[in-house]
Design a protein around this ligand. Structure first.
Ligand SMILES: NC(=O)c1ccc[n+]([C@@H]2O[C@H](COP(=O)([O-])OP(=O)(O)OC[C@H]3O[C@@H](n4cnc5c(N)ncnc54)[C@H](O)[C@@H]3O)[C@@H](O)[C@H]2O)c1
Length: 254
């Protein structure tokens, strides 16, 4: 039986780890050809090596998404290699835990915005013309619950993710009529290197589990399920939306 993404060509940024890695795996299983895009060459290569049947259907792109010329090259290389671009998943991001607003260093603000927001903007900017050439495309941007509600641990990260949510709506307004759907997901805690790094200790990680009504944070594969559906033609009437995926945590908070 054909997969949900049969013959589609996808770029997944942040594909070298966590949610991006799980998404690359799932996409390949669903019949897509996948470009694992990450600034970390070892992580990206490891993702590709872990994928079964990767030989002709996947490639690695070493890219820093905050660099316009590198992002343009990534898109050009993808189209040269696989002939088209159907799906872009923007997962590359950094989380710098910062002190309260008045003490935030310029460098942490700039680094976060350059990666999480400007980098995502560049990826959309160069992917959209390639999608317009096919007359269709799907973009899934990974924001965060911190872009939906207030959080104590970092103004730059939370504001960058709120920007991702709004960019997704505006891009949808501009391109849905031309066949490009743009959606956004806002995960709660997910067990990835980013989250374990930001929570600093196993004890704190356990506390994060207990903050969630299911008694656990999400697994990357559970987030990849939603990304896969939004990327597929099954979501043909879905655009401009933001999907909270947090095991019911937000429902309790409100
Ligand atoms: N893990 C969570 O709890 C959680 C919750 C909400 C949202 N998110 C979001 O999900 C996405 C994936 O996060 P994750 O937890 O899998 O993180 P992760 O740290 O495991 O993976 C992020 C990947 O992005 C790459 N990356 C970082 N900066 C880059 C750059 N400038 N150019 C290219 N690649 C770059 C890293 O090398 C890494 O491989 C991120 O957007 C993150 O903000 C994660």
């Amino acid at each position: 039986m054909p997969g949900l993404l049969q013959n589609k060509v996808a770029i997944v940024t942040g594909g070298g780890s966590g949610i991006g890695r799980a998404t690359c795996h799932r996409f390949l299983q669903e019949g897509a050809r996948v470009v694992v895009a990450d600034r970390n060459p070892a992580g990206a290569e490891e993702t590709r090596e872990l994928m079964e049947g990767n030989d002709d259907n996947s490639a690695v792109s070493v890219v820093d998404v905050s660099r316009s010329n590198q992002v343009q090259q990534m898109v050009n290389d993808t189209v040269s290699r696989f002939g088209r671009l159907d799906i872009l998943v923007n997962g590359a991001a950094i989380l710098i835990r910062t002190p309260p607003l008045a003490e935030v260093e310029d460098v942490d603000w700039d680094l976060t915005m350059d990666t999480n927001l400007k980098g995502l903007f560049y990826c959309c900017k160069y992917a959209i013309p390639a999608m317009l050439a096919n007359g269709s495309g799907s973009i899934v941007n990974i924001a965060s619950m911190s872009g939906v509600r207030g959080v104590a641990y970092g103004v730059p990260y939370a504001v960058s993710k709120a920007g991702v949510i709004h960019l997704s709506k505006v891009a949808s307004a501009q391109y849905a009529s031309q066949g490009i759907r743009v959606n956004c997901i806002a995960p709660g805690g997910v067990d990835t290197p980013q989250m374990r790094g930001s929570t600093a200790s196993a004890g704190t990680f356990e506390e994060r589990n207990l903050e969630h009504p299911m008694g656990r944070v999400g697994q990357p594969e559970e987030i990849a399920n939603l990304i896969t559906w939004l990327s597929s033609d099954q979501a043909s009437y879905v655009s401009g939306s933001t999907y909270v995926i947090d095991g019911g945590a937000w429902a309790i908070a409100t």
